[in-house]
Design a protein around this ligand. Structure first.
Ligand code: MLT
Length: 275
């Protein structure tokens, strides 16, 4: 699967691949790929099924309870492994060597899968508003309900349901452009992709046991007002990764790269230039 990808920069100093969250697309990183330090190349793909990349033949893993609780038997499932395999091919095609991976929420689940499949491709990790654990039963129930909403009422209803918790209250009050942009991204995602990704996320394994073995440099970023992947979870994740640094970004919810692009770009630049 060829992913649609935004690129910027020469790559003389290295490459950073940005993995978006659910249900967004690579444009969620526009401010980051245009703000990289000199010599760094940014890749911001639309993961399979999102943005301008078609869903095509997504994989259906047999016999996983998490999957069958969310997707119907005739529906596609986007496993985190399938998304990670696409990203591995992208890195091989566009980067000269191991790549820094900067991953938001579902993108983080993909980054953990990539690390299991192809650890040699990863030069450093920026984990943003994500978690290492698998879904609880309650989280899977929520995904099942969300999949029903997507089937019945489409992506607009998903946007309306998700928006209040995605962004910090101050973003909702003072940054209508960001609110409108996030709504457009969600509404631009097909219900088929939404269901497939919900099923894939419900079936993902627990990555917590992998954290102590992460030997690349790591930066954990979280919005101070993120209620989806809260700062306490980010703190625990950072504590389990050797040498990880945790930074909490004020005035941001679940999408700090959009809500507070300047401090986030400064953190990424500092991380890259110290590698
Ligand atoms: C995301 O932003 O990617 C989602 O919150 C991830 C999830 O639903 O677990």
């Amino acid at each position: 699967m060829d992913l649609h990808v935004r690129t910027a920069g020469s790559g003389d100093a290295g490459t950073i691949a940005f993995l978006h969250g659910f249900p967004f697309d690579g444009s969620v990183w526009d401010r980051q790929i245009s703000g990289l330090p000199p010599g760094w190349r940014g890749l911001a793909p639309d993961l399979r099924g999102f943005g301008r990349t078609p869903l095509a033949a997504a994989e259906l893993p047999a016999g996983s309870d998490g999957v069958h609780a969310v997707a119907h038997p005739d529906e596609a499932v986007l496993t985190m492994d399938a998304l990670a395999s696409d990203v591995a091919r992208l890195i091989e095609r566009h980067a000269a060597g191991p790549t820094v991976v900067c991953a938001l929420s579902m993108g983080g689940y993909v980054a953990f899968a990539l690390r299991r499949l192809r650890p040699e491709l990863i030069r450093g990790l920026v984990l943003m508003d994500t978690r290492a654990g698998a879904d609880s039963e309650e989280a899977r129930d929520n995904r099942r309900r969300m999949a029903d909403t997507a089937r019945r009422a489409g992506a607009e209803s998903i946007a309306t349901a998700m928006l209040p918790s995605l962004l910090a209250p101050a973003t909702h009050e003072r940054n209508p452009d960001v609110v409108a942009r996030v709504r457009r991204m969600i509404e631009g995602t097909s219900p088929r992709t939404i269901i497939a990704a919900l099923a894939g996320m419900a079936a993902r394994p627990d990555s917590s046991p992998d954290l102590p073995a992460i030997d690349s440099p790591a930066l954990v970023i979280v919005g101070a007002e993120d209620t989806i992947t809260p700062p306490e979870d980010a703190d625990a994740m950072a504590a389990a990764i050797p040498h990880a640094r945790l930074v909490v970004v004020d005035g941001a919810g679940h999408l700090p790269g959009l809500e507070q692009p300047e401090p986030v770009n400064a953190l990424i630049s500092e991380f890259l230039t110290k590698l």
